[in-house]
Design a protein around this ligand. Structure first.
Ligand SMILES: Nc1ncnc2c1ncn2[C@@H]1O[C@H](COP(=O)(O)OP(=O)(O)OP(=O)(O)O)[C@@H](O)[C@H]1O
Length: 289
């Protein structure tokens, strides 16, 4: 483990990212010069209220921004390589696993879970392997891998789960399946877009605990979008606070919560019901700034 005194290398660097979409009146700026660094092995929280551009930022990194969106300036680099120019499906894009916000919307209701997860492997490959069509003779090996993933996220009866349809699972179980899917090709980093927001409070805590365990077990790099400082305090080494299309403040989670320098950040923290009682992640990785 790299010591907090020595910053780990940057994996993802977003610099002065500006993005706009066409409207009846001209163009609306959604991202207005975002600067952000995700370091190897850290969990970076991206916090901000609804509409500040968090999802748009994640979609731009993943290469799935709305079709009419235009990057007007800035860069997104992955280990020094230009990510904005990388084609969909390229090795550079496959660096990331994505955990979406809504486990009800993110799965196709007409296909079995196993079929959907197999499709992810077809496009992204088994860990350490290039993606390619899956031959009949190889299906057992792929299936074994999927079962091990579902076991890792503690889904009951993982073999049987592959044969079932999404509606046969609860919201929390679906989110476990989506987390397993995001990990399927062992990506270098995870991008999570409010993965607990659509769940009830008890299930939110279970999923958060699972993510904490996965992060600790695999020394995972993750960018975690949320508006909830309680979640950030439990999961994230550092936090970047977004407001109206910009990052207004970045720092170690504890530092930011104890002494925010931006009035908007202070307001967000003060509005949280746990203010004064946050429980912090003590991974020793924070502060790699
Ligand atoms: N395709 C689009 N066309 C026009 N406006 C858009 C489009 N996509 C997003 N926006 C606007 O851009 C702003 C940022 O949206 P975005 O979804 O990134 O916010 P967010 O911070 O993720 O919000 P939430 O937490 O509610 O998901 C919002 O005002 C939204 O209405």
């Amino acid at each position: 483990m790299i010591s907090p005194a020595k910053p780990s290398p940057a994996l993802l660097e977003v610099e002065n990212l500006r993005l706009s979409v066409p409207t009846d009146e001209g163009r609306t700026q959604i991202l207005k010069g975002v600067d952000l660094t995700l370091r190897q092995g850290e969990v970076l929280g991206v916090a901000g209220e609804s509409g500040c551009g968090k999802s748009t930022l994640i979609k731009t990194i993943l290469g799935i921004a709305p079709r009419k969106a235009r990057v007007d300036a800035g860069s997104v680099r992955l280990a020094g390589k230009d990510l904005l120019e990388a084609p969909r499906g390229s090795a550079l894009r496959r660096t990331f696993g994505f955990i979406p916000q809504d486990p009800w919307l993110a799965m196709n209701p007409v296909f079995r879970v196993g079929t959907q997860m197999m499709e992810i492997l077809r496009w992204n490959g088994l860990p350490g392997e290039e993606p390619r069509p899956i031959r009949r003779s190889e299906r057992a090996r792929y299936r074994e891998h999927l079962v091990s993933l579902l076991r890792a996220v503690r889904l009951p009866d993982p073999e049987g789960a592959l044969e079932r349809y999404p509606h046969q699972f609860s919201g929390g179980q679906r989110q476990r399946i989506l987390i397993a899917s995001a990990l399927a090709s062992r990506p270098r980093a995870l991008l999570a877009d409010e993965p607990t927001t659509a769940l009830d409070v008890t299930t939110q805590l279970e999923i958060l605990k699972l993510l904490q365990e996965l992060v600790a077990a695999h020394d995972m790099t993750m960018l975690f979008v949320t508006h909830d400082f309680g979640v950030i305090s439990q999961l994230c080494d550092r936090v970047a606070v977004m407001y109206a299309g910009r990052v207004v403040e970045t720092g170690r989670t504890r530092q930011i919560i104890d002494a925010p320098s931006d009035p908007y950040t202070a307001g967000l923290i003060a509005a949280h019901p746990d203010r004064g009682g946050f429980s912090f992640v003590e991974s020793g990785k924070g502060g790699r700034t």
